[in-house]
Design a binder for this molecule. Structure first.
Ligand SMILES: [Zn+2]
Ligand SMILES: [Zn+2]
Ligand SMILES: [Zn+2]
Length: 313
């Protein structure tokens, strides 16, 4: 009995050191990668310099970087090739004798994942954030569901935001090592113009019928034949069979999985890049569907969720 206890302790010690090692290894791959250098309105703005001068100045200051792009605003977007180079870029104060300020890109350096952890359900959010600060977690939100009685309940599913461009595979929650799945946000379709990737609040286009695709009326009383405004197929704009919807969803999955911008994800999708078949991906709709299926037994959900491959949701 005593021997088996000793054995258990030894095994626990071994797996602990292995765990720390693998966590260290994986954290080395995650670093702030994208930086913005605003086109300062000084006597010598960066946009007035030739691309040759800018390329040489960057190379002299920090070495060869992965990407340099000029954004529509005129600002420079730089992708660091390594963690050390990222640090060098972040402290740059001048480029080609022009004073600059560098900041980390607001969204490209963050990633969102889904975790299942019933042990977190009763923890305070401030406590969780404080404890996970060293793993660069900037936000965590519980998915809540409404039961048949109308009461909202917490679930064991959390959406975690990391200040990292690439999602870590695991997160340490105290003594637990919890797998992190890619979180894919729902694909937005504008209820006004029916196009994708924006909401009706910001839409300046004409009203388009979701059923027949014609302008000037909504689909509520429409008796016309179905014609999709996005692909002209014989289905409504909200059909999940719409090839345009499937294409946009694919772009969104690539964006989440690869941690790249929308234009880059579109480029990858059109060049035939396919999403990882082994990584778990979770859209909000799929997460909710999964919870509803398992509700009200949270234990059942916990067991169900960790090994399931989601549909495109
Ligand atoms: Zn719109
Ligand atoms: Zn119509
Ligand atoms: Zn369509």
């Amino acid at each position: 009995m005593a021997n088996s206890k000793q054995e258990t302790t030894r095994n626990a010690k071994r797996s602990c050191s292995e765990l720390e090692l693998s966590d260290l290894e994986s954290s080395a791959q995650h670093f702030e990668r994208w930086f913005i250098i605003p086109d300062a309105h000084s006597d010598m703005p960066l946009s007035k310099l030739s691309p040759f001068v800018i390329e040489k100045a960057i190379k002299c200051s920090v070495g060869t970087v992965s990407t340099v792009k000029r954004m529509r605003s005129g600002d420079l977007l730089i992708e660091a090739a390594s963690a050390a180079q990222g640090k060098c870029i972040s402290i740059l104060t001048s480029l080609a004798n022009t004073a600059i300020t560098v900041s980390a890109h607001r969204t490209l350096n963050t990633s969102k994942g889904v975790i299942k952890c019933r042990e977190l359900i009763d923890c305070d959010k401030a406590e969780i954030l404080e404890e996970l600060r060293t793993q660069v977690v900037s936000d965590i939100n519980n998915i809540m569901v409404k039961g048949n009685d109308g009461v909202r309940r917490n679930t064991n599913t959390f959406i975690v935001t990391f200040r990292l461009p690439t999602l870590p595979k695991h997160i340490k929650i105290g003594y637990l090592r919890v797998p992190v799945a890619v979180y894919i946000p729902n694909l937005l379709r504008c209820f006004k113009c029916q196009r994708f990737a924006h909401g009706q609040k910001v839409c300046r286009r004409e009203v388009v019928c979701a059923k027949c695709g014609q302008t000037g009326h909504s689909d509520r009383d429409c008796r016309n034949e179905a014609k999709c405004p996005n692909c002209s197929g014989s289905h409504s704009a909200f059909s999940r069979d719409c090839p345009k919807w499937i294409q946009e969803k694919q772009v969104q999955i690539i964006k989440a999985e690869k941690g790249v911008s929308f234009p880059e994800a579109r480029r990858l999708a059109s060049s035939g890049y396919t999403t990882s078949s082994t990584s778990q991906t979770h859209s909000m709709a799929a997460v909710i569907k999964q919870i509803n299926k398992a509700f009200p037994s949270l234990d059942c959900l916990f067991a169900l969720s960790t090994h399931r491959q989601d549909s495109l949701g």
